[in-house]
Design a protein around this ligand. Sequence first.
Ligand code: 13P
Ligand code: SF4
Length: 370
Amino acid sequence: MPLAELYGPEHFGQPAHGRSSPLARAPLSAAEKARALPMPSLEWTPEVERATAPLYARVQKVIPPVEWPFMAPYIKAINELKIQRDAVILAHNYQTPEIFHCVADIVGDSLQLAIEATKVKASTIVQCGVHFMAETSKILNPEKRVLIPDSRAGCSLASSITGADVRLLRERFPGVPVVAYVNTSADVKAEVDICCTSSNAVQVVESLGVDRVIFVPDQYLAKYVASQTTVKIIAWKGACEVHERFTGDELRSYREADPSVQIIAHPECPPDVLAEADFTGSTAHMINWVRNKHPKRVVMITECSMADNVQAELPDVEMVRPCNLCPHMKRITLAKILDSLVYLREDVTVDPAIIAPARRSVERMINLKN
Ligand code: 13P
Ligand code: SF4
């Protein structure tokens, strides 16, 4: 069914556009300088080549040999520093192949990363993803050090709504529970009843046992959920700047070029895009779909590094790559991950007053039985 209602900041007398991100990359602080380890050598030597050869074998389909000598010294240094710093790297499926396949300890979609964050034994987590993902890890591990290699790695969905907006929605719809996509700040998570990800959004909405929910902030994920359930959805007008750029016409042109091609899409895409897709699912569900179906040719309608990561794993599947990059995910680079481990930066902090309520919303989701 269509959305019941669609709300945005303009409904509360606020500008609909132009909210600036609070995130800024801080210069190296005195404390970071004081706890720094020596910067490792970043020379390409026969020893580096030997030590990283098994890792290059994983990515050779997607990283040309000429680029490897520039990446391998960072990769070797990062993998050694992780041990020295008692750190694990959690990386989202949109990270580039040299990060995803060569330095990450745990990879996955937002739900998998949140679940894995609750099991981490190491004292430090380096989150290779965007800021809301690092905040989620911190909310679940307030006693651990959580680092993000570049704190400006934001998200157009997370910056579309604030905790104050959620309070205004509650005033407008008293008694209606609020579900927040994890692509939100800790401040928003602290105000809502439960979180969801693209893996479990329908299940979360239906778990509340009510006939109406407020769903923030992604209007397209909200529309997708509304199409899968009889629960009435009141949505917020946020959108992912990467997925909203895809169009149904674009998908039709892939099919016209090759009627046998398989097209799979992320539910942050607009409805005319999802209507053309053979399968819709979270990033992890999309990857599993390709692993299980092993199509001859596939178009993954999502951030384009994910196609590289799947290509590296499944060299015989032909990937058609519509290259929409997430500029926020791409702020995370090998050089910044190395800096993170050398200087223990940038520390992710969450206001202690909101950790407990934000954690309740995330844990309520994690604890839902499948
Ligand atoms: P997933 O939870 O499907 O990994 O999505 C996260 C995201 O940011 C997609 O744009
Ligand atoms: Fe946010 Fe979209 Fe980037 Fe995902 S791809 S982090 S939803 S801007």
